[in-house]
Design a protein around this ligand. Sequence first.
Ligand SMILES: C[S@@+](CC[C@H](N)C(=O)[O-])C[C@H]1O[C@@H](n2cnc3c(N)ncnc32)[C@H](O)[C@@H]1O
Length: 183
Amino acid sequence: MDKENLVKEGYDKISENFLSFRHQFDNSQELEKFVEYLPENGKVLDVGCGVGIPVARFFVQNDFDLTGIDISEGMLTKARENVPKAQFFLYNMSELDFLDNYFDGLVSIYALFHVPKKKHGEIIKNFHRMLKKDGYMMLVFNPRENEGVDDFLGTDMYWSCNKPEISRKLVLDAGFEIIFESF
Ligand SMILES: C[S@@+](CC[C@H](N)C(=O)[O-])C[C@H]1O[C@@H](n2cnc3c(N)ncnc32)[C@H](O)[C@@H]1O
């Protein structure tokens, strides 16, 4: 099975249980900081949105116009139930074709590390294309370099993560400036 299908099928299987694990990770401080840069009611794209909690829900509660995309129909079904005021689409993040200069903000939290590393540079460049010139992005990676298949919540899952210095270079090469980092 190819890696993207393994990830998709894995998340379809664990979509019911995902929230029982997700609460161990708190990105609320970074999200609060991030939204200070965005215009009121701005358009935000959540890439690899999962079940919509906590991230998509946070943006909707703060009156942003939230679009979420995910490769797993199972995760999207839960997201639509959890955050009915957002719009959610089935997409592979490697193939996003929203308009140029469209979103005010883009977030991708714990998702890029499920795509083979060799694609990360092109994906981040495409994120830059879809953001307005004064747009902002928040990416959350695993700070540990890794590659391979491992058990995750009882299913096989594929991971591919660069060292922070490589990820930082890919972000800069795509045309972004870095405003804050946290580990
Ligand atoms: C660890 S979960 C994180 C979900 C959410 N961002 C959060 O913070 O709770 C990773 C999500 O990325 C999605 N994903 C993985 N590979 C993807 C791809 N190539 N395109 C779109 N979504 C993907 C998975 O289906 C899953 O919902």
